[in-house]
Design a binder for this molecule. Sequence first.
Ligand SMILES: Nc1ncnc2c1ncn2[C@@H]1O[C@H](COP(=O)(O)OP(=O)(O)OP(=O)(O)O)[C@@H](O)[C@H]1O
Length: 243
Amino acid sequence: MVSIDVKNLKLVYRLRQGFSLEMADRRVSGHSQIKKRGRTRWITALDDVTFNLRAGDRLGLVGSNGAGKTTLLHVLYGTLEPSAGTVHTQGRVDALFNISLGFRHEATGRRNIIMRGLINGWSPAQIDHHMEDIIAFSELGDFIDLPFKSYSQGMAARLAFSIATCMNPEILLMDEWIGAGDTDFQHKARKRMAELAEKAGIIVLASHNHGLLRASCNRFLKLEKGRAVLLDELPAAPLRNRR
Ligand SMILES: Nc1ncnc2c1ncn2[C@@H]1O[C@H](COP(=O)(O)OP(=O)(O)OP(=O)(O)O)[C@@H](O)[C@H]1O
């Protein structure tokens, strides 16, 4: 059974500042997220975050810049180790954080599909089987035989999304770049995300676009300076303007 269980999760970044001839900053920081001692700074990006997701959940992560959304996605993916607390995920996880990550810029879109398929463990026959579906869904047409570096942001987003969703991840983690696609593609992408979630999957999508989140997600986690509140609905007005 696919699931994500996060309990009392804390993540603190440690920054060591280099020696400087500038005057020492003796101001006491009023920002409780930042602690400092000497030349070391600790930034609490996630603080006591607890939530559980089950098959079919599409979680929208909201919160202002620096709230902790990207950090949480990386902890769920396993690229960042929590400072405290636990994260248990059951299911095959795929992540779409950075559109161009994992693509060879000099290679064509088609060649990139082959390489990603091989990395994913597909046989040549499986690659052939998925190839036309990926190309058709991405709507890249003749561009599929041009180098990846010639793609616009939206075109790269289409290809990345088409490949990732074709790999049938049980848990799909996404940053807001999915908004890079045009309106028609976003509509198609939302439909595919819903299908993925219905196939007993989990989607976690971080975005500032409340329209996109409302249309794509059925649960919402609001992060504020690393602290989290689970919401059943996303308020119509921007969250920070509400009492
Ligand atoms: N590599 C890093 N080193 C130190 N601090 C970091 C690092 N990455 C993020 N932070 C800090 O962690 C906090 C959370 O950042 P994060 O990128 O997770 O926020 P976010 O909600 O994704 O923001 P945005 O909406 O701007 O993308 C911020 O205070 C940020 O300054």
